[in-house]
Design a protein around this ligand. Structure first.
Ligand SMILES: [Fe+2]
Length: 213
């Protein structure tokens, strides 16, 4: 129902039909067509902003969702999300690679610690266990690198940032540009803390949206 003075999407579409902006050429009723059109529009998702690949990517990372070994220092971190197309389809054949530093800001350049190819399930969900990455001298903010591919879609190279990063001083909306590589606040994700004070864990959700080729 329309709020007083604010037209609903349906009313706008009906107006479009009336003005000839949208023409319905179908054996289905205008109401059916308008409902389907509105639903398609509502499922549309904005593509995830790209971000630089950086110098530390390594091919042939192992397939695993456990980047954190038992006893690893640093705050445990669980990241999860889903892979979509911009049309809202779940891309269950996507392949995700992630790489990050350990909690002290060191990349493993000799081996594959904190590097993984992630399984994606039939609903295009992914998740992995890790630790909160550290800061390192050439970069301002903590981050996790992503390379996401799926047949028929543009490869997505991006980075996940954390709203709790001390660099943002609690106000990422205003301070995200302190890292000159962050061009979009959408890459700075909220952090949920779970567990108890002795066994705290950070949780982050990061959806990935790919554009068609
Ligand atoms: Fe990096």
């Amino acid at each position: 129902m329309a709020t007083r003075g604010v037209p609903t999407r349906r009313e706008i579409l009906e107006k479009c039909v009336g003005l000839g902006v949208v023409t319905l050429a179908s054996s289905f009723s205008p109401i059916t067509m308008l409902s389907a059109f509105a639903e398609q529009e509502s499922r549309h998702r904005k593509a995830t902003p790209p971000n630089e690949i950086g110098p530390f990517y390594k091919k042939r990372a192992p397939q695993t969702a456990s980047l954190r070994a038992s006893g690893d220092p640093g705050m445990p971190l669980a990241v999860s999300g889903q892979v979509f197309s911009t049309r809202g389809e779940q891309l269950s054949n996507a392949v995700i690679e992630v790489w990050q530093t350990d909690h002290m800001g060191h990349y493993d350049l000799d081996g594959y610690r904190y590097r993984a190819k992630l399984p994606v399930d039939s609903a295009a969900m992914y998740k992995f266990d890790s630790v909160m990455p550290g800061h390192y001298p050439d970069r301002v903010c903590q981050h996790i690198h992503y390379l996401v591919t799926a047949p028929g879609y543009k490869p997505l190279v991006t980075q996940l940032y954390f709203a709790t990063d001390p660099v943002f001083e609690g106000d990422p909306d205003h301070n995200f540009t302190r890292d000159p590589l962050i061009h979009s606040i959408e890459l700075v994700r909220p952090v949920v803390l779970t567990g108890d004070p002795k066994e705290i864990q950070a949780m982050v959700r990061f959806e990935l949206v790919l554009e068609m080729l």
